[in-house]
Write a protein that binds this ligand. Structure first.
Ligand code: LLP
Length: 439
């Protein structure tokens, strides 16, 4: 994957850095991000759409992976940034990201978040509901500003991905329905809020880790049809069409997401067909990929601890539990979404994978990182490299069992830079207060 290789010592190398040297320097668990591949992905994704439909803009969905360092990479690669909270926005601000290239999302934005976005000059706020629309208008009026907005709508389609990451269906907390007229009503109201609000278009996001582009195709047809409806009803034709993110990645060998090129062909094919079908002029096409840009660029390194053979009632009668020094606090995805991962033995690459093991975490519950995987010889002290952990791992880490959150490094051309330090035990208690009466 990416710049991963096996070096002369039989060790896994990422971005020219020996994984075992990284472990010596930074400890485990460790999130390793392959910077060159992130950059290549940003460039390639952009290039694919530039070539097929020049009127477009790609934002990186920062929820997938965010700290101040990645903001610099995304900025340098010329992408915009999608944020979904005050915290994500603040990270972009502190990293000096150009805020006119930031989109703010959220289905229940606080007044604080709306005001913060406006004060810092966020380029676009994606309005989710009527309450927000009205609050934003009042704020813009008070501040004497014109805020650009998109309206998030629900196309009403089921993306057939894990239910916890499906968002485009009718029964959802996100956006306003196209089908029942709520979205059109909100757009009519938004247009009346000029000059305080300037609505530039519509947005949808249908789901995540989608392994084909069928749902995107359907969504595009519904969204472009809705653009026609809007124009007929209000006389205003949306200039921006944002179709969110959602392109999946390969976590295991049996998963085959479309390549960027295939995805681009399908999307732009569907867009051109719909524009013709509904007689709609070319909008600016906006996208917000997260996982597809960073997912496969991340590797988590762990040290193997206890290895335990237990008897099981079913075939083959025994199971080997290989325990790592992390678990659901650094990667909650198997617990939350039954997510699957592949693993390598970083200090002994290229060995025949002749035994089946279960990889377990060290939390006080049955946190299984990988239910069943084939690996070669394994012993305490070995370094495991879990693949494709670049999206929704680092950002979803918790302090469960008061674990300290792992460090994160960017590797590139043989150099490793710490971009987020490991938490210390003092960090673990830094927010605690013992009230006087308990002292
Ligand atoms: N735009 C919006 C409005 C979104 O809600 C999301 C993801 C994206 C873009 C980016 O989607 P992507 O390209 O990464 O699929 N924690 C879950 C994923 C939740 C995704 C939420 N929204 C996981 O670990 O699978």
């Amino acid at each position: 994957l990416g710049t991963q290789r096996v070096n002369a010592e039989g060790h896994l190398e990422i971005g020219g850095c020996d994984a075992i040297d990284l472990v010596k320097e930074f400890g485990t668990p460790l999130y390793v991000m392959d910077e060159e591949t992130i950059r290549e992905n940003c460039r390639n994704y952009k290039a694919v759409f530039e070539a097929r439909y020049p009127k477009n803009d790609i934002s990186f969905a920062s929820k997938a992976f965010l700290n101040m360092a990645i903001c610099k990479v995304v900025e340098q690669e010329g992408l915009s940034l999608d944020v979904a909270s005050a915290g994500e926005l603040y990270t972009a601000i502190r990293a000096g990201f150009p805020l006119d290239r930031v989109l703010l999302h959220g289905n229940n934005k606080s007044l604080f978040e709306l005001e913060m976005a406006m004060d810092f000059g966020v380029g676009c706020i994606v309005v989710d509901n009527l309450l927000e629309l009205r609050q934003l208008k009042t704020l813009a009026e008070k501040k004497g500003k014109t805020q650009k907005i998109l309206l998030r709508v629900t196309p009403g389609i089921d993306p057939h991905t894990h239910r916890r990451i499906s968002t485009g269906q009718e029964d959802t907390k996100f956006g306003l329905s196209v089908a029942n007229g709520d979205a059109l009503e909100a757009i009519t109201e938004a247009l009346e809020f000029a000059p305080h609000l300037k609505i530039t278009g519509i947005h949808c996001h249908i789901g995540s880790q989608l392994l084909d582009a069928h749902t995107h195709e359907q969504a595009i047809d519904i969204m472009v049809g809705f653009m026609r409806t809007i124009a007929d009803a209000t006389g205003w034709m949306p200039e921006d069409l944002d179709i969110g993110g959602g392109l999946g990645i390969r976590y295991t060998e049996d998963q085959h997401p479309p390549s960027y090129e295939e995805f681009g062909d399908t999307l732009i094919g569907a867009l051109r067909a719909a524009l013709e079908k509904y007689d709609v002029p070319e909008p600016r096409l906006l996208q917000e990929p997260g996982r597809a840009l960073v997912g496969e660029t991340g590797t988590t390194l762990y040290t193997v601890g206890v290895i335990k053979r237990v008897n099981i009632p079913q075939d083959p009668g025994t199971r080997t539990y290989v325990t790592i020094d992390g678990g659901m606090s650094d990667n909650p995805r198997p617990q939350l979404y039954d997510a699957v991962y592949e693993v390598l033995v970083a200090n002994r690459m290229g060995e025949a994978k002749d035994q089946e093991v279960r990889i377990a975490g060290k939390h006080c519950e049955t946190d299984i990182l990988i239910q069943s995987t084939k690996i070669g010889h394994i012993e305490t002290g070995d370094i495991l490299a879990v693949q494709s952990t670049g999206a929704y791992n680092y950002v979803m880490a918790s302090n469960y069992n008061r674990f300290t959150k792992p460090a994160c490094v960017f590797v590139k051309d043989g150099e490793a830079d710490l971009v987020s330090r490991r938490e210390t035990l003092d960090d673990v208690v830094r927010l605690d207060i013992i009230p006087e009466r308990l002292a």
